[in-house]
Design a protein around this ligand. Structure first.
Ligand code: NAP
Length: 343
């Protein structure tokens, strides 16, 4: 029997990366995952369980975005790399370089190691809709497409980090010498929501958690292009496999959903969530004391308006209904004891 292809997944302990690892294992790949600290067993218990389930086709190695150490060994023998790791803080950092530097320099470290290896053919970069619609410039016509880039002057530090990292990645592969061709694909997800593999709330699931815990008395007028983490993992695998994907970026996002509609969807399951709209002035006041709300202020009243048509056409990518995602997320948060809604 031939050996399965090995895919490197960076930041394997993260929310999205964990599902990418699982998706690849279920489809016959061997996976090497990088983590910052292999001794933090609580962060990787779900991965250890997956390694046991899939007969040892998963190994974990240490590598950090802020150090060259370990990357050459990590890519050794891999045919593809999913570069997923990047800081995803819940609030605006004190110094924007805390997110921008690891995002940009980490991406270049991974690409340099991939380009220097004799086996890696393709790198799939987990970028973001923030690199498309960050700063929320209105789409030229209808909805944002992959031709659009964020307005860096109006970006939050996180949006800037994703934009600069993706731009640096495209520049890097464009400037490679002719004899070293490395394919790059960027996946640009909307807000990634979904059930948890381990009991820690991912930053992007906080919106659902806050609704369930009624930590807001009313709901901000914010809209998200919600996408299920399981569907994002599928998009990453399709980006590894599709010959057409090389050299392309793909928006992978669901429909725009106002938070009020998210709340109403959760309420259909008998969960008592706030279902009144929070006026802007009240949100502005609350944001003085709540750093997450401060981050959200920039998004009030502006839907992202993203089109995922290209991912559907080129990759055959499909998503499950948003209601299913929201219900599964809520149930998972409750099951893990991370949300305590009243019924
Ligand atoms: P996450 O759970 O916080 O995962 C981020 C991963 O990056 C973690 O494994 C983390 O390691 C790792 N990481 C952060 N800084 C690092 C550093 N300096 N050195 C090494 N590893 C580092 O967040 P996520 O939601 O899964 O995000 C994964 C990727 O998807 C990111 O690139 C993010 O920008 C992108 N994305 C996310 C969303 C979303 O809504 N969640 C939307 C669009 C794009 P530790 O586990 O050790 O902290």
């Amino acid at each position: 029997m031939s050996q399965p292809d090995t895919v490197l997944v960076t930041g394997a302990s993260g929310f999205i990366a964990g599902y990418c690892v699982e998706e690849l294992l279920r489809h016959g790949y061997a996976v090497r995952g990088t983590v910052r600290d292999v001794t933090r067993t609580e962060k990787v218990a779900h991965l250890t369980a997956l390694a046991a389930e899939f007969g040892g086709r998963l190994e974990l190695v240490a590598a950090r975005l802020d150090s060259d150490e370990g990357w050459a060994e990590a890519v050794e023998g891999c045919t593809s790399v999913l570069h997923v790791a990047s800081p995803n803080p819940p609030a605006v950092p004190r110094d924007e370089d805390d997110v921008i530097r690891p995002a940009v320099e980490g991406t270049l470290r991974v690409l340099r190691a991939a380009a220097a290896s004799s086996t890696v053919r393709r790198v799939v970069l987990t970028s973001s809709s923030s690199a498309i619609a960050g700063g929320r410039p209105d789409p030229v016509a209808g909805r944002h497409t992959e031709d659009d880039w964020s307005d860096i002057a109006n970006c939050t530090p996180y949006e800037k980090s994703k934009t600069l990292a993706e731009r640096a990645a495209w520049k890097f592969v464009d400037e490679l010498p002719e004899q070293r061709h490395l394919e790059l694909v960027a996946i640009n997800p909307g807000l990634v929501v979904g059930p948890l593999q381990r009991p820690e709330v991912a930053t992007s699931n906080e919106t659902v958690q806050r609704l369930l815990d009624r930590s807001m008395p009313a709901v901000p007028h914010i809209s998200w292009s919600i996408v299920d983490v399981r569907d994002i993992a599928l998009a990453h695998r399709l980006a590894v496999e599709s010959p057409k994907a090389a050299g392309n970026r793909y928006i992978c996002a669901g429909p725009d959903v106002w938070m009020l509609d998210m709340a109403r969807t959760l309420a259909t399951k008998g969960l008592r969530v706030p279902t009144r709209r929070l006026p802007y002035w009240a949100m502005w006041l609350a944001a003085r004391f709540d750093p997450t709300l401060r981050l959200a202020l920039a998004f009030v009243g502006h839907p992202e308006k993203l089109s995922s048509q290209k991912a559907a056409d080129d990759l055959g990518w499909t998503t499950r209904p948003t209601d299913e995602t929201l219900h599964d997320t809520a149930q998972s948060l409750i099951d893990h004891g991370l949300a305590h809604p009243r019924r």
